[in-house]
Design a protein around this ligand. Structure first.
Ligand code: R5P
Length: 268
């Protein structure tokens, strides 16, 4: 990124106190400049969010004119509305905290629901890594694969992937029980018999969604199944669950560092 922007950097000094609190110091000057602070908020989310707040505070306090937070994986984005009476809208709380500490702009990658950014108290933008994932998969010989969304919320992801892969796309209807978190999928016929299928999603967390979609694609006759996601959280036995469901390989980006993450670069 720095190579493309041709800008200077300021190193940071991090410490964690014995009681668990964080300490941050800028080891250089920011002056009266526009500053971009790059910090993903993948697990441990709360620690990374707190570090981001401290970096923003330090930069603002030491003269930064304008601060853009570049947050490749934006934690808490899936709780983007009140689903059950009495809940918090977590992503809005996060946005207000970032505003309070001094963030002027935010850029993220494949936020769960783009429209949530309209409620942010500063300009916020999401960019998509789906084209890069699809280009990577195409370069691995998966041209013309069927791009499958595990729910209708991911339909636009597979439409984007389809423009690169050049095959077909479709989606499954997913239902999540708001009390138990249990998911189920509506058994509508998918035209994937004998086809290579790539399931695309924004996030893989416990792996339940992709595993269920993979089982379903397999029942419908898919010849091979791959999984691609932007944010590979891969909590607990998620990877095993997905591979056990018949997926050949999982591919993710490095918004969340993991061993399935590929460093995918745009050519500007
Ligand atoms: C939800 O709608 C998201 O797009 C993902 O499908 C979900 O977060 C994946 O979670 P899990 O891997 O736990 O099923």
């Amino acid at each position: 990124m720095l190579r493309f922007l041709g800008v200077g950097t300021v190193p940071l000094v991090f410490k964690t106190y014995p009681d668990g609190e964080f300490y941050v110091r800028l080891d250089g000057k920011v002056g009266n400049e526009e500053v971009a602070i790059v910090q993903t908020t993948s697990p441990p989310q709360d620690a990374r969010l707190m570090q981001l707040m401290l970096i923003v505070d330090a930069a603002k306090r030491h003269g930064a004119k304008k601060i853009t937070a570049v947050v490749p994986y934006l934690a808490y984005a899936r709780q983007d509305r009140v689903f059950l009476e009495g809940e918090a809208v977590s992503i809005e709380a996060v946005a207000h905290m970032l505003k309070a500490v001094g963030v002027d702009n935010l850029i993220t990658v494949n936020v769960h629901q783009q429209k949530v950014l309209e409620k942010f108290p500063f300009p916020a933008k999401t960019v998509s890594a789906i084209t890069l994932l699809a280009e990577y998969l195409k370069s691995k010989g998966l041209e013309k694969a069927f791009a499958l969304a595990p729910d209708d919320g991911a339909l636009w992801l597979v439409e984007e992937a389809k423009t690169v892969l050049g095959g077909e796309c479709g989606y499954i209807e997913k239902h999540r029980d708001l009390h138990t978190g249990q998911i189920s999928m509506e058994k509508k016929r998918l035209d994937v018999k004998g086809k290579v299928v790539i399931i695309f999603d924004d996030v893989i967390s416990t792996g339940g969604t992709i595993a269920l979609a993979a089982k379903y694609a397999s029942e419908c006759g898919a010849s091979k199944i791959y999984a691609a996601c932007v944010h590979p959280l891969l909590i607990g036995d998620a990877e095993k669950k997905i591979l056990d469901a018949g997926v050949e390989e999982i591919v993710g980006t490095d918004t969340v560092p993991s061993h399935v993450s590929k460093s995918l670069h745009c050519t500007f």
